[in-house]
Design a protein around this ligand. Structure first.
Ligand code: HEM
Length: 179
C-alpha cells in the first residue's frame, strides 16, 4: 500500500507527517521566540500565545501519531554505502528529534496547565489539565521547554544540513526518498 513504509522507501503517510511536523516545529520556534518578546500592551500578545498553544498541541498530536506510525510501519533501513558512524549518527539524530517533538509540546502543555486549567485548540477543543504542580512544575516546565526548543533548533539545522549534504555532495537518494 502506498501509504505504508516499505524496505524500499517511505510511504505517503510518513512523508506527510514528516514535512507537516517539520513546518510546525520551525513556525513554533519562531513564534515562541517572537511571542516572549511581546509586552501585555502589544496587540499580538494574546493572539500569538493562542496560536502558539493551539499549533503546539496539534504538533503534539502529530508527533504522537508519527511515533505510533513508526512502530506500526517501520521506516526503511539507511541507504547502503553509508559509513558506520553515519548510520549511528542518523539513528541518534532521529531518536533525539522524535523525543524532542514530544518533550517540547508536552512541557508547553504543562506550563499552560500548571494552575489546573485546561488548554484550548483554537477554541474548538479543550484539553484538560493532567497535573496540578503549581509554580514548581511551571518553573521546571518553562526551563525544559526553553532548552529543548532552542536545542532542537540546532538539531534541525544539523538534520537539514546532513540531508542537503547527501543530496548535493554525495548525490545519493537520502533526501529524495523523503520527497
Ligand atoms: C513543537 C512544539 C513547540 C515548540 C517548538 C515551542 C517553542 C517555544 C519557544 C521557542 C518558546 C520561547 C521560549 C523563550 O524564549 O523563553 C516557547 C514559549 C512558550 N510556549 Fe511553546 N513550543 C511548542 C509547543 C507549545 C505548547 C503545546 C504549548 C502549550 C499548550 C506551549 C506554550 C508555551 C508558553 C506558555 C511559552 C512561554 C513560556 C514563558 O513564559 O517563558 N508551547 N515555545
Amino acid at each position: 500500500m502506498f501509504l505504508k513504509n516499505s524496505p524500499a522507501g517511505y510511504g505517503l503517510f510518513s512523508k506527510s507527517l514528516h514535512w507537516l511536523n517539520a513546518l510546525l516545529v520551525i513556525i513554533l520556534i519562531g513564534l515562541g521566540f517572537y511571542m516572549v518578546g511581546l509586552t501585555y500592551y502589544d496587540r499580538w500578545y494574546n493572539a500569538a500565545l493562542t496560536w502558539h498553544k493551539s499549533l503546539g498541541l496539534i504538533a503534539l498530536g502529530l508527533a504522537m501519531g508519527m511515533a505510533g506510525w513508526q512502530w506500526y510501519s517501520p521506516p526503511p533501513a539507511t541507504l547502503p554505502g553509508l559509513q558506520r558512524w553515519e548510520r549511528l549518527g542518523a539513528r541518534i539524530m532521529h531518536i533525539a528529534l522524535m523525543g524532542m517533538m514530544l518533550v517540547i509540546p508536552f512541557s508547553g502543555y504543562l506550563i499552560s496547565t500548571s494552575a489546573g486549567q485546561g488548554v484550548e485548540i483554537f477554541g474548538l477543543a479543550r484539553i484538560p489539565a493532567l497535573l496540578h504542580g503549581g509554580t514548581t512544575l511551571r518553573d521546571v516546565a518553562i526551563a525544559v521547554h526553553f532548552y529543548a526548543a532552542y536545542g532542537t533548533a540546532l538539531l534541525v539545522i544539523g538534520h537539514g544540513g546532513a540531508a542537503l549534504k547527501h543530496h548535493f555532495v554525495n548525490r545519493d537518494d537520502t533526501l529524495r526518498r523523503m520527497l
